[in-house]
Design a protein around this ligand. Structure first.
Ligand code: URA
Length: 231
């Protein structure tokens, strides 16, 4: 890739500004300053101001989303993206969330600048299991366990039933629900359908990635290897 394209791809500056960065010797390959913005370089060999290019092979991050921010680039109020390093937001292709969590839901959220990964992970054919810990306003009826497992629950306004889902009742007003699909407000709508509206909701697992193993506080993130989702 050209050095100017690289600087813009990874969010350092625009392609037009890149000439000045190169001229000042800020871009080096194995210690040697790149001579021209058009010079061809490999992202994993380049250093900018002496630092390696972050996420040179694509950005794949697990983020602990706090309650109160929105998974959108343009809505009002605090956005998930306001909590991320500014340079990520200047990357092109853009960094996006892999699917969404509601504003009032916390927990594990993947972020990537790899459109194919995002697509593959959210494809309805993929069925990556996602685990949610929840509390409810009213006790969860035991019949909800078999209803959710049966694959017959049709949510209001929908034509096809939810895929079988595993519900564990972990307390009088608490549960753990594993879904294999991602419909709009699905957990909240499923629990509301059995008379136990959700009070708090936290996604704790996506496939092999567990929030507890990552030990991330709300607002913290860590890199993940996208290959772990291929198994
Ligand atoms: N289901 C919901 O209802 N909300 C979420 O944020 C995720 C799943």
């Amino acid at each position: 890739m050209r050095a100017d394209a690289l600087l813009s791809r990874y969010g350092y500056c625009s392609r037009r500004e890149a000439a000045a960065w190169v001229k000042r010797g800020r871009v080096t390959v194995r210690g040697v300053p790149v001579k021209s913005p058009s010079e061809k370089v490999e992202a994993d060999e380049v250093r900018v101001d002496g630092e390696a290019v972050p996420f040179a092979h694509g950005l794949y991050v697990a983020f602990h989303k706090p309650v109160g921010c929105t998974c959108s680039h343009k809505e009002e109020g605090e956005l998930v993206y306001d909590l991320l390093p500014e340079m990520w937001l200047a990357r092109n292709p853009a960094v996006n969330t892999v699917g969404r969590l509601d504003k009032e839901t916390s927990g594990l959220l993947l972020l990537t600048d790899d459109g194919r990964f995002e697509h593959a992970m959210t494809s309805p054919r993929r069925h990556v299991p996602k685990v949610y810990e929840l509390t409810t306003e009213a006790p969860i009826p035991v019949e909800a366990v078999s209803l959710f497992a049966s694959g017959t629950l049709v949510l209001q306004g929908e034509k096809t039933p939810c895929l079988p889902a595993e519900l564990e009742i972990t307390g009088e007003c608490a549960g753990r629900l594993t879904l294999h699909e991602g419909r709009y407000h699905q957990v909240r709508r499923m629990l509301a359908a059995v008379g136990a509206p959700v009070v708090t909701l936290c996604r704790t697992e996506i496939g092999p990635v567990k929030l507890a193993d990552l030990a991330l506080a709300p607002g913290e993130w860590t890199e993940v290897d996208p290959r772990i989702f291929e198994r």
